[in-house]
Design a protein around this ligand. Structure first.
Ligand SMILES: *Cc1c(COP(=O)(O)O)cnc(C)c1O
Length: 387
């Protein structure tokens, strides 16, 4: 009898699992075989080979990822950037124009600003919160629009419904980097996005032990992107597939815990006398709060804040905490803390950084699954040590 699956928590465990179980194995085995016996395939892309993204480990992940975002199809890649660059190279050709949200993940921003000119692709950045300004940027050769579910590190929420509407009105492919929200809190296909992109390195895997990516969405587009990936070769290794598959199963419980903890930590920080400002979309004081409430099922585990006393105070606070690991990246079970001016946004000229609202004293936290009380106590003792 077919399994009855309705809720995402159940899909995380059961969607895409082999039926019947392979030799009865409850956990998906790793198929560590580069090539597979020829069984009469007529097309190059159908040959079974790791680089062609079609081993049993890939197929199970593709089905699971498509299912949890309620989308038609999915593709895993060797990294989040592998997913983003392969998708953009599939959809854009010399002579095309592209619209992207101004405050993007550093790697995506660099790819667009440093590599597009040589490829003959032009672009404009847009303010995701101001749909009225987009009409002036679109051209007859514009092919796609790219936004992020929540921006890094200020957690701004673009007008995502307007993005889909605008894309439909202008015949653009709508793309969203959904890494920060994860499929638990936002499922782009349900809101009409053509493609959702992920760095599975972050929440989907959740254990800071692999680099991986995914593209999820319309089947016709995923097929074209798969063929491009087959040529470019940014395929995910079966062992990394196995770890990602294992990680995804606990995404629901991890994200629920991280969202709850981040909200409590944000509220604690917002009421502390040494804190200038807290950015978390689950706080009523956040400019995107109402939009986030409408779009998201939860607000995720990312927050940022400014301490009074500038960069020195921020540095000393980070030094005085004992639980968070000082490191870039995010979405793992352990709490990570960084100052974006020195990590994710260090490549950006200081003036540009400040214009975007990223001050030198801004601290970003990726909340893990430790007890919130322990995190608050640790932050509290570190804040008490500030002058
Ligand atoms: C980390 C990240 C990426 C890049 O992913 P990698 O797995 O490091 O290649 C892209 N987008 C966002 C929002 C990210 O946080």
């Amino acid at each position: 009898m077919a399994k009855h699956i309705k809720h995402i928590a159940t899909k995380l465990i059961h969607a895409g699992e082999p039926e019947p179980l392979i030799h009865g194995a409850v956990s998906m085995p790793i198929f560590q075989s580069s090539t597979f016996e020829y069984t009469g395939q007529g097309r190059y892309h159908d040959l079974r080979y790791i680089r062609l993204n079609n081993t049993p480990n890939h197929i199970a992940l593709h089905q699971k990822l498509a299912s949890i975002e309620n989308a038609e199809a999915a593709l895993v890649t060797a990294s989040g950037m592998g997913a983003i660059s392969t998708t953009l190279l599939t959809l854009l050709a010399p002579g095309d124009h592209f619209l992207a949200q101004a405050c993007l993940y550093g790697g995506t921003h660099d790819f667009i600003t440093k590599d597009f000119a040589a490829l003959g692709i032009s672009f404009d950045f847009i303010d995701g919160e101001d749909p009225g300004s987009w009409e002036g940027k679109v051209r007859s050769n514009t092919k796609a629009i790219f936004v992020e579910t929540m921006t890094n590190p200020l957690l701004q929420v673009a007008d995502l419904k307007a993005v889909v509407e605008f894309a439909r009105g202008h015949d653009l492919v709508s793309m969203i980097d959904n890494t920060f929200a994860s499929p638990i809190n936002f499922r782009p296909a349900e809101w009409g996005f053509d493609l959702s992109l992920h760095s599975c390195t972050k929440y989907l895997n959740g254990h800071s032990d692999i680099v991986a990516g995914a593209v999820i969405g319309r089947a016709d587009l995923i097929e074209r992107i798969t063929h491009k990936l087959n040529h470019l070769g940014a395929s995910l290794d079966p062992h990394a597939c196995f770890l990602l598959h294992r990680g995804i199963k606990t995404l629901g419980v991890r994200m629920q815990c991280q969202s709850e903890s981040a909200l409590n930590l944000s509220k604690y920080l917002e009421n502390h006398r040494t804190i200038e400002k807290v950015n978390y979309p689950g706080l009523e004081s956040h400019p995107g709060y109402l939009r986030a409430c409408e779009l998201f099922d939860g607000f995720s585990g990312m927050l940022s804040f400014e301490v009074k006393g500038g960069m020195e105070a921020a540095e000393s606070f980070i030094r005085n905490t004992t639980l968070p690991v000082v490191a870039p990246s995010l979405g793992g079970v352990e709490t990570l803390i960084t100052r974006p001016a020195t990590t994710s946004h260090s490549g950006m000229p200081p003036d540009e950084r400040r214009a975007l609202g990223i001050s030198d004293s801004l601290i970003r936290v990726s909340v893990g699954i430790e007890a919130t009380e322990d995190l608050i106590e640790d932050f509290d003792q570190a804040l008490k040590m500030l002058p």
